[in-house]
Design a protein around this ligand. Structure first.
Ligand code: UDP
Ligand code: MG
Length: 324
């Protein structure tokens, strides 16, 4: 175990208040651990002093490496860049705000090295400290996506995972542009163990997730891991054809029996409004899939690097060439 290395991937976006806290706390907990450590901070285009703090930390500790993006690409891109450039035999991803307790790392490492698991995931058993409305919608989202997707997406699962190289390579082989890690980690499979813990509030700073951003993220997740909405819109189409057919029969019969008094236009307006609403809804669903396909076909890089410091290793290929 002594010759093996554990890489800690830390996505960082405007975390000047938490970085020092994170580093000190992690060091305190991992100082006696029986494995070499590499910190890999991914600065996701922070606008505050995060990068300066990372520079300072890297000057004092040789095990600290970093990649800094040219702009904010999102946490998913940061995780991808981290996995691509990690030097460790084992890799863990944890937030800079100490919401993912580093104290679980020794236990997770033990499960992977001694118990033969490929991946150890963590899940919070409650959502203490979170606005109730957010928890409510989160619960609905997980219920819904697990009904309509074949990939299991575990409620409360964090991105805080510890994986071996095998799983890391499997995840990297999924080079899709629209990345939804919660689905990707489930999709690749392998032997997985879950560790549960109580929700911990942020050490400092603020969450980057507004309700609207979370909503869009949920839509991304559904589109990325289920085609059920498309099936649903086809069913709606068939259902409405059947209703229309029955109504035509009814109206013909009614006209034959009672003649043809001109009446019923308010109900007609309602029907037209309703049906066009359903049509727009279905076109919207189609549009979601189309837009994702559009972005995938462009094959844009998932992230671009402004500067980096890595272990004597060249920066991984799909990154800017002129990085020194
Ligand atoms: N983060 C990132 N890019 C982003 C947003 C967030 O790298 O665009 C990082 C952030 O710095 C933190 C982690 O992802 O280390 C989780 O973010 P946050 O704590 O805001 O999310 P929450 O824990 O509230 O879900
Ligand atoms: Mg957080």
């Amino acid at each position: 175990m002594k010759n093996e290395k554990l890489t800690l991937i830390v996505p960082v976006y405007n975390e000047q208040k938490t970085l020092d806290l994170f580093y000190n706390e992690t060091e305190r907990i991992l100082k006696d651990i029986d494995i070499m450590i590499e910190y890999l901070f991914i600065d996701d285009g922070s606008k505050d002093n995060s990068l300066k703090i990372i520079h300072k930390l890297a000057d004092t500790d040789k095990r600290i490496h970093y990649i800094s993006f040219s702009r904010n690409f999102g946490k998913e891109a940061a995780i991808y860049a981290g996995l691509k450039n990690a030097a460790g035999d084992y890799i863990t991803i944890l937030d800079a705000d100490l919401q993912d307790p580093p104290s679980l790392i020794p236990k997770m490492l033990h499960s992977v090295i001694e118990e033969g698991y490929d991946c150890v995931g963590t899940r919070r058993v409650n959502r203490k400290g979170e606005p109730p409305i957010r928890s409510f919608f989160a619960r609905i989202f997980y219920k819904l996506i697990n009904k309509i997707s074949k990939t299991e997406i575990v409620d409360g699962a964090r991105d805080f995972q510890l994986i071996n190289k095998k799983v890391a390579n499997a995840i990297l082989s999924m080079s899709e542009y629209n990345r939804f890690s919660k689905g990707i980690f489930g999709w690749v499979g392998f032997r997985k163990k879950w560790i549960e813990y109580e929700n911990i509030e942020r050490a400092a700073g603020e969450t980057k997730w507004s309700f609207w951003k979370l909503f869009l993220y949920a839509v991304d997740g559904i589109v990325a891991f289920s085609t059920m909405p498309l099936v649903l819109s086809s069913f709606l189409g068939i259902l409405f054809c059947m209703i229309a057919f029955i109504m035509i029969l009814l109206i013909i019969t009614k006209t034959l029996i009672f003649g043809d008094p001109t009446s019923g236009w308010p109900s007609l307006v309602c029907i037209i409004m309703f049906v066009s609403g359903v049509q727009l809804f279905c076109i919207g669903i189609l549009g979601q899939y189309l837009s994702k396909t559009y972005l995938e076909t462009k094959k844009r890089p998932i992230y671009l690097v402004e500067e980096a410091k890595l272990e004597d290793k060249e920066l991984s290929k799909d990154v800017e060439k002129d990085v020194k």
